[in-house]
Design a protein around this ligand. Structure first.
Ligand SMILES: Cc1cc2nc3c(=O)[nH]c(=O)nc-3n(C[C@H](O)[C@H](O)[C@H](O)COP(=O)(O)O)c2cc1C
Length: 196
């Protein structure tokens, strides 16, 4: 039994049903080599009993950051439900097989970009101009046949092993907001009340 995880899953389904723009995504925070926090939006692929899964590219700064410091946080904010989850964990690489099916379902543009990162320039690096970028993208696109494309080895699946979950629920009418922390200890979740 993992009630807190079941609750997150249920809230996410509710967020999808209420057409919350944040339902498909999460916000991943890492630290770079200078200790500077770095946060970005990612599609949240799965919520499992002990981890969350995300897909990234190996050429990206976030992968370098997670390799040198796997401790990270994932934030979920469902505005339609007035609920925030702040999730602390440790990143780990998933086997390549974890992304294969999903990679094939990606839009062609996204697949070509993975090859762009491999052969032209890493994700988040600089280009001389937008025109220069589009020209190189077009060159690669012409060479790749959509039917024959295979997942780039740099397309990675990662899991964030869950350590702590904090929930802030703003829906308590007239009362202080409900704030709880859940710590994963000895294979189970222990719950603590926090001052909101
Ligand atoms: C709605 C949305 C979804 C995104 N999903 C992903 C994703 O699943 N994987 C990914 O690597 N980047 C995704 N991005 C792009 C990232 O936010 C980010 O710009 C990119 O990964 C580079 O991040 P980095 O420079 O911190 O490594 C998404 C951006 C938005 C706005």
């Amino acid at each position: 039994m993992t009630p807190i995880i079941d609750e997150i899953r249920a809230h996410r389904i509710e967020a999808f049903e209420s057409k919350d723009n944040n339902a498909p995504v999460c916000f991943l925070a890492t630290n770079d080599a200078q200790g500077q926090p770095q946060v970005r939006t990612l599609v949240l692929r799965e919520i499992n009993d002990t981890d969350l899964t995300l897909f990234i590219n190996a050429s990206s700064p976030k992968w370098e950051q997670l390799q040198s410091n796997p401790q990270c946080q994932v934030l979920l904010w469902y505005a339609t439900l007035n609920i925030q989850y702040r999730i602390t964990g440790k990143a780990e690489l998933l086997p390549t097989s974890a992304i294969t099916d999903n990679w094939h379902k990606r839009p062609h543009r996204a697949k070509v970009l993975d090859y762009f990162y491999d052969t032209v320039a890493p994700q988040s690096s600089t280009m001389a101009s937008r025109d220069a970028l589009l020209q190189r993208f077009d060159e690669i696109n012409r060479k790749l046949s959509p039917e024959e494309l295979q997942p780039s080895p740099a397309a990675l699946g990662i899991r964030i092993l869950l350590e702590q979950i904090e929930r802030l629920d703003l829906t308590e009418d007239g009362l202080p907001h409900l704030r709880q922390r859940f710590d994963f200890i000895n294979g189970g979740w222990s719950e603590t009340t926090l001052v909101p």
